[in-house]
Design a protein around this ligand. Structure first.
Ligand code: ZN
Length: 325
């Protein structure tokens, strides 16, 4: 199930492995109005790799006019001290983006479509059906040549839309099936504006699994209504082993008011470790990265474990054993 180039190399093979994809420099920074210098973005990503994060959504090949913060996509990717076991990915919203992305060191590229027509028009300026119709040409561009890229399909607003409300499961399945037909091997179900709940996470994951049993599934969750990590627990219960998160709980959506941060990387790492999962990531180093990001941005971030630190372990003989140890 796990992608070979980010499969765990740890010795903790008794614990289930969860892949944490850091999206802070993409989802997190895209709404920041002040341009973060390219070398600072590279520094944060290199720190993440040193902390053990093996999957990073680095940037987006969106038009620099639409999102000036992402104008340095090529330079950031070229500047990363990449390891062979680390997967670098980026968003490609259209064919022009794909043509730029194939010439970079990115391993995987993420196609984008919202399940909501209204959100998709605001984001990509076309309907859902028009977007699906263009999947093959975008994916073909990424899969062609001597160094084909892995193709990931992201379904935005999969759990609800701020303009249209509830989203029909059939609409998500239509988009996901379009991705797979175009060559995608991984689907990300994105809760773009924090409308996922334990009930709709369970229902949608089961429906996509039933329709597309051979595809790897990931969850991209936002903590807009404070239940992001509760939704992770539901995802874990459904066997999902891939989650997107942002350092310090950075994040948002430039086209959806009130869409606050992604679930927080350090808080997610803490939850996973304390629930008996292996991530390969050093939590203390992840906290240091969130604090550095706070300094770079010059404002307080909302992650919680970055303030409190991990819990104290007393090692008492009669202590309640945690699932992690
Ligand atoms: Zn997001």
């Amino acid at each position: 199930m796990q992608n070979q180039n980010i499969a765990p190399s740890s010795t903790s093979r008794d614990k289930p492995f969860v892949i944490v994809t850091e999206v802070g420099t993409r989802d997190g920074l895209q709404i920041e109005k002040t341009f973060v210098p390219t070398e600072k973005k590279i520094e944060l990503i290199n720190d993440m790799i040193a902390a053990g994060i093996r999957s990073i959504e680095v940037t987006s090949f969106v038009s620099p006019k639409a999102v000036p913060q992402m104008a340095d996509a090529e330079e950031v990717l070229a500047g990363i001290a990449k390891r062979s076991d680390t997967r670098l990915s980026a968003l490609v919203p259209n064919l022009r983006a794909a043509e730029r992305a194939v010439r970079t060191p990115a391993d995987a590229l993420v196609l984008l479509c919202s399940a909501s027509n209204t959100h998709n028009r605001k984001n990509l300026n076309r309907s859902v059906d028009e977007t699906i119709a263009r999947f093959p040409e975008v994916a073909s561009c990424l899969l062609a040549g001597a160094n084909p890229k892995k193709v990931i399909g992201a379904v935005a607003t999969a759990f609800g839309c701020p303009f249209e409300g509830d989203i029909a499961i059939s609409q998500v399945l239509k988009i996901a099936t379009g991705y797979v037909k175009a060559g995608a091997t991984e689907i990300t179900l994105s809760d773009t504006t924090g409308m996922a709940t334990p009930v709709n996470i369970r229902a949608l994951v089961r429906a996509v699994r039933a329709e597309l049993p051979n595809v790897d599934l990931a969850l991209h969750l936002h903590n807009t209504r404070g239940i992001g990590l509760a939704n992770v627990l539901v995802g874990l219960g459904e066997g999902i082993t891939r989650y997107d998160s942002s350092m310090g709980e950075l994040g948002g959506c430039p086209f959806a008011a009130g869409a606050t941060g992604n679930i927080c990387t350090e808080d997610l790492l803490y939850l996973l470790a304390e629930s008996g999962y292996e991530t390969g990531v050093d939590l203390e180093k992840a906290i240091a990265i969130a604090l550095k990001a706070e300094t770079i941005l010059g404002r307080r971030l909302t992650g919680q474990v970055m303030r409190s630190g991990p819990r104290l372990r007393l090692h008492a003989a009669d202590a309640v054993a945690t699932a992690a140890g």
